[in-house]
Design a protein around this ligand. Structure first.
Ligand SMILES: NC(=O)c1ccc[n+]([C@@H]2O[C@H](COP(=O)([O-])OP(=O)(O)OC[C@H]3O[C@@H](n4cnc5c(N)ncnc54)[C@H](OP(=O)(O)O)[C@@H]3O)[C@@H](O)[C@H]2O)c1
Length: 360
């Protein structure tokens, strides 16, 4: 297979930068277009971006020009790191122009014909793509909210083994989840902000779509009752979640631990480059997991579980930790694209626009 050409819209943002970093040396995808707002257009990527990564701006993109948003970009597929207000219009424009759009924005996550995808959880939901009618071969696939990802990866083995009736989750979410510059330093430092706009609603609804089944081309969500409380805490990367669950059937603690530890992802063996060896890592040390120590596990793609114990109100409670800009954003989206390639849904475009051609 030749390299597929990847465009990044919102390339200068927090998630866009993570795409740039994670795609370096990717065996299947190469970056051929970087798109941002009028503020950045016409400048080189090096000049436009306020690079917040700990390694330098990759040389392969530093001198690329930042392009304006348009529907004829020199690429086979688009990774979107746009805010919903821009994605609402931009992503359908790109899908209509024939591009597969692999999005991080919330705009189309809950649309019945748009897969909300975590490859290890619901790879079969990509069958919804054929319901999308952009008359062009383009489509939109989304990844979930960054706190939904850790929660749903933890819930899936429990739901499969025991059934789930109710979930109570309290999140402690990293500052990088708010983008850059994000939360004001006076609000963030030595403080906790007990509100993240729109977040609790996403945690209530997105897991039910992810854990749902597709039959006859229609998605049937689960109806697990979920209650969420979301907090912004002064952590750089990694969303920690305190989760309590009510199971449909009784289980011992050993059964619960075994459900996590023996979970085998349905994409195991497909050879997707970004898939971690282990989706879930269970800690027995009750001090773990911790964001600073464990967010990077599995290259930021592993979800850590710890402190599994009986719950005095529901059945069991535990901690889950996931990397919000890798597993919860760019890394998750890249894994989605890899799955689409393996499923034969993402390939080189016939009408090749090369990077050197002037864009009209
Ligand atoms: N941060 C996270 O952990 C996280 C996790 C999951 C999902 N998400 C979602 O990912 C998206 C991006 O978040 P972020 O934190 O990366 O935001 P951000 O840092 O504010 O970046 C926004 C990006 O969009 C670009 N942009 C703005 N208006 C544009 C336009 N009209 N045309 C083209 N590009 C435009 C900006 O370019 P300029 O630099 O030129 O202004 C910038 O590159 C959001 O939908 C967010 O909800 C974020």
């Amino acid at each position: 297979m030749g390299m597929l050409r990847a465009g990044i819209v919102g390339a200068t943002g927090a998630v866009g930068q993570k795409f740039v970093a994670l795609l370096q040396g990717h065996p299947w995808f190469t970056i051929t277009a970087l798109v941002a707002s009028d503020r950045s257009v016409g400048r080189t990527y090096r000049d436009a971006v306020n690079w917040i990564g700990t390694t330098g701006i990759p040389a392969s993109v530093a001198s690329m020009d930042v392009l304006p948003f348009r529907d004829n970009l020199p690429c086979d597929m688009i990774f979107s790191g746009l805010h919903a207000s821009v994605a609402d219009h931009a992503e359908p424009t790109l899908a209509r122009a024939g591009y597969p759009v692999i999005s991080n924005a919330k705009s189309f996550r809950m649309h019945p014909d748009v897969p909300l995808l975590i490859p290890e959880i619901n790879p079969e939901h990509t069958s919804l793509i054929k319901n999308q009618d952009w008359q062009s071969g383009g489509y939109i696939v989304t990844n979930p909210n960054c706190s939904t990802v850790g929660l749903t990866c933890a819930l899936k083995p429990l739901h499969r083994r025991f059934g789930l009736e109710a979930v109570q989750v309290t999140t402690m979410q990293a500052l990088s989840g708010a983008g850059y510059p994000g939360v004001s330093s006076l609000d963030a430092l030595a403080n906790v902000v007990p509100f993240i706009g729109g977040e609790e609603d996403k945690l209530v609804h997105e897991p039910n779509k992810l854990l749902g089944t597709v039959a006859g081309g229609v998605l049937q969500p689960t109806s697990i009752r979920i209650s969420a409380q979301c907090n912004r805490v002064p952590v750089l990367e990694g969303h920690l979640e305190c989760i309590s669950v009510k199971l449909s059937t009784s289980a011992s603690r050993e059964d619960v631990v075994d459900a996590f530890e023996s979970f085998v992802s349905p994409i195991k063996g497909l050879g997707l480059p970004t898939e971690p060896d282990q989706l879930l890592h269970v800690f027995e040390d009750e001090q773990f997991p911790q964001p600073r120590r464990h967010s990077d596990l599995g290259g930021g793609m592993t979800v850590s579980i710890g402190r599994i114990r009986p719950c005095e109100v529901l059945d069991y409670k535990f901690i889950a930790l996931s990397h919000n800009t890798v597993r919860g954003a760019a890394g998750g989206a890249i894994l989605n694209a890899e799955l689409l390639v393996k499923q034969g849904l993402l390939h080189a475009r016939a009408d090749k626009i090369t990077p050197s051609e002037p864009l009209t």
